[in-house]
Design a protein. Structure first.
Length: 127
C-alpha cells in the first residue's frame, strides 16, 4: 500500500459547510449534486461526510452548528494547509485579519478559522 503523502503548504485540502440543520442541508445537496453521505459521530449528534456517487472517499462535510462548530459561520469553508498554525494566526492578525474560531484540533491537526481583511472566511490547518 502506498504511503499517504503530506499535502503541500498552501493546498486546499477540505471544505465543509456548518449550518443549523445539517440533516435538511445534507438532503438538499444529495438531491442537487448526487452526493451520498456517511455519518460522522460527534458524541450526542452526527455530522456528515459527503461522497460522490459510488465512491467511499468524501469530498466535503456538512456539519451542525453546535458543539465545537457553534461559532463557525454558515458558509462553505475551505481548509488550506500551512506550515505552522500559530505562526499563521500571528501573521493574520498582524495583517488586519481576525480569528473567527479556534485554534483547536481535528484529530491531531491544529486548525483555526480566520477572516481576511476583506471579510472572507477560511480555515488554516497544519500540514
Amino acid at each position: 500500500m502506498p504511503e499517504k503523502s503530506t499535502p503541500k503548504i498552501g493546498t486546499m485540502v477540505w471544505c465543509d459547510l456548518t449550518v443549523e440543520n445539517a440533516d435538511d442541508v445534507r438532503d438538499f445537496y444529495a438531491q442537487v449534486t448526487g452526493w451520498q453521505f456517511t455519518r460522522h459521530e460527534m458524541g450526542e449528534y452526527e455530522d456528515y461526510c459527503m461522497n460522490p456517487p459510488g465512491d467511499d472517499a468524501p469530498v466535503a462535510g456538512i456539519c451542525h452548528a453546535q458543539g465545537p462548530n457553534a461559532n463557525v459561520p454558515p458558509q462553505w469553508l475551505i481548509y488550506i494547509t500551512v506550515e505552522n498554525v500559530e505562526a499563521s494566526i500571528g501573521r493574520c492578525v498582524d495583517l488586519g485579519g481576525k480569528i473567527v474560531d479556534g485554534p483547536r484540533t481535528i484529530g491531531d491537526k491544529p486548525f483555526c478559522v480566520i477572516q481576511d481583511p476583506a471579510g472572507a472566511v477560511l480555515a488554516i490547518i497544519e500540514a
